[in-house]
Design a binder for this molecule. Sequence first.
Ligand SMILES: [Zn+2]
Ligand SMILES: [Zn+2]
Length: 352
Amino acid sequence: MSTHSDPNVTPRQITAYATLTRNGSIEEWSFRQREARPHDVVYDVLLCGICHTDVHMIGPWGQHFPVVPGHEIIGRVTEVGEAVTGFAVGDIVAVGTMVDSCRRCGPCTAGMESYCENGATYTYDGLDRIDGSVTRGGFARSGICDERFLFHVPDGVDLAGTAPLLCAGITSYSPLRRWNVGPGSRVGVVGVGGLGHVAIKLARTLGAEVTAFTTSPDKVEGALALGAHDVVVSRDEAQVAARVNTYDFILDTVSTTYPMTPIVNTLKLDGTLCSVGIPDRFDVLPIALAQGRRSIASSGSGGTRETAEMLAFCAQHGITADVEVIKPDAINDAFTRLAANDVRYRFVIDMR
Ligand SMILES: [Zn+2]
Ligand SMILES: [Zn+2]
């Protein structure tokens, strides 16, 4: 029970957009926001991107329905707890895929909380580590977050185009940095969607020579416009075969299982393909790894240290996602279009 006397930290009823049951559509709903604690920041949600994860979470992956999705959040601070030092009312802030972690393990101590050995607390459909309440995402009028997991949004950036950086951006940026992509690197980006389109911009800005791989000939022009040096239409076996032993690193954003061997064969000796689409399984011949001592790896988002670094990097270089801004009443239509790959390249909900 609440013992707070400050009316500013009294739990409130928050209007949100949720799926009430598994595989349900998104409907207006409201929930009681958990009580604010000394290190918490409460914010009004301004914008929230729609990620492919959200599609899975309102379906097979969801655990605690109703689910309020959304983990690419831009907000404006409305209240700060008494112990908050880094944020003030009125600040423009961002929240990504997690809102807490154990804070004690090796990865947490290194600011890599997405790899918390005790499991990071996800921004939505997670369980609060203190009171066990279900966490709620950015498809809501208000959010609450411990300041450790909150980010300042650099001045002057486009807020709608920045929202998707909190998941699509960091999920691309982290492996590009981990595998030392930079000047002289030859990089492939497989899939020109929500993640892939940001990955092309990031890899290009980091100094790499970038090839986009897409199954859709109608995405070639778009990929070049995003900064790819060239584009391979991956259904054309000859085009792919012509790139054997070419790339130092491939960021694979495809979320379904597909015949990966021809793509893996485009890696150079000791090259790595990092799958951030995370399909159910990989369809690859191990001989393709032996020939060329190639690796297949994966990567999960990024921690607070790297997310702050990514936001600064994107602000410095003017990198934002290409977005289609929608009103909350168009969320269901957006989910349908997202499932059909019909967006260039990210939906962002305007919650204002
Ligand atoms: Zn996401
Ligand atoms: Zn931890």
